[in-house]
Design a protein around this ligand. Structure first.
Ligand SMILES: NC(=O)c1ccc[n+]([C@@H]2O[C@H](COP(=O)([O-])OP(=O)(O)OC[C@H]3O[C@@H](n4cnc5c(N)ncnc54)[C@H](O)[C@@H]3O)[C@@H](O)[C@H]2O)c1
Length: 256
């Protein structure tokens, strides 16, 4: 059985929005929901990859998968996109705040502008996409928000202080939004992936040796791929997790 073979009938015909769905983990999540029969839309800044994914999945799944080209640092663009998704697909029942940018940055070299841009890519849109989607979840009687954090902020890694701060903040934001939105039957949880081998990670940071070193630290002696995050994400969004909110699910092969 693969991570994505489980079926959750409640997703059929429901509108799902994924940020950063054009590549890596986000693309796997888009595909996972599309294969459940959901009406999936995703936002990404990467136009070519986004269009290619939407075209491929639209041929292969029940509904056409909709790609919205936007920069999540632009809050007005998030609001416009959410309005367009609701107009096209109905109230959004699931939001996956997945987009991020794990650029490395040297402690001594970080400027105010770098910091602000990094927080805008890694944290700010998580709040504003949730705020934009909440009215349609309320109108539908509830919904699920899943935020992507990372175990990286727990590992004392020195190479990305702003990214680590944002990923820690995603956990706090998850818990505060869960408190605020719980009475409206909107559940908010987050996932903390460990090392997940994606194309971008391979191009930029990972080598066969570094992958082997990470796998050595894991209980499970296999390198996780993007699919490993799909099952936990479907679960948190599903009725199976109806009693879960304000929680963090670690998916790291057993490092922590
Ligand atoms: N891959 C890992 O090992 C790993 C580990 C822990 C946590 N995570 C988290 O999982 C999530 C997905 O990671 P990934 O490795 O698949 O990342 P990725 O870089 O492959 O994908 C991120 C996507 O977000 C998009 N994006 C970035 N900035 C954007 C912007 N301003 N506007 C719109 N779209 C934008 C990118 O184009 C890309 O498609 C991220 O939140 C990341 O922090 C990943």
């Amino acid at each position: 059985m693969t991570a994505t073979s489980a079926q959750f009938p409640e997703f059929k015909d429901r509108a799902v929005l994924v940020t950063g769905g054009g590549s890596g983990i986000g693309a796997a999540i888009v595909e996972g929901f599309a294969r459940q029969g959901a009406k999936v839309s995703f936002i990404d800044i990467a136009e070519t990859a986004g269009r290619a994914l939407a075209e491929r999945l639209s041929r292969e799944t029940a509904y056409s998968v909709s790609f919205y080209h936007a920069d999540l640092r632009d809050i007005a663009a998030i609001r416009r996109t959410v309005d367009a998704v609701v107009a096209a697909s109905g109230p959004i029942r699931v939001l996956v705040n997945n987009a991020a940018w794990d650029d490395r940055h040297e402690f001594d070299a970080v400027t105010e502008a770098y910091w602000d841009n990094n927080q805008a890519v890694n944290l700010r849109h998580v709040f504003f996409a949730s705020q934009a989607v909440a009215p349609s979840m309320r109108s539908a009687g509830g919904g699920a928000i899943i935020n992507m954090s990372s175990i990286a902020f727990k590992l004392n890694m020195g190479g990305f202080p702003s990214y680590a701060a944002a990923k820690a903040a995603v956990v706090g934001l998850t818990k505060s939004m869960a408190g605020r939105l719980g009475p409206e039957n909107i559940r908010v949880n987050c996932i903390l992936p460990g090392m997940v081998v994606t194309e971008r990670q391979m191009q930029l940071w990972l080598t066969e040796e570094s992958i082997a070193r990470s796998v050595e630290q894991q209980c499970l002696k296999v390198a996780l791929k993007a699919d490993a995050i799909v099952g936990p994400c479907l679960f948190l969004a599903s009725d199976c997790a109806a009693g879960m909110t304000a929680q963090s699910l670690i998916v790291d092969g057993g490092i922590l």
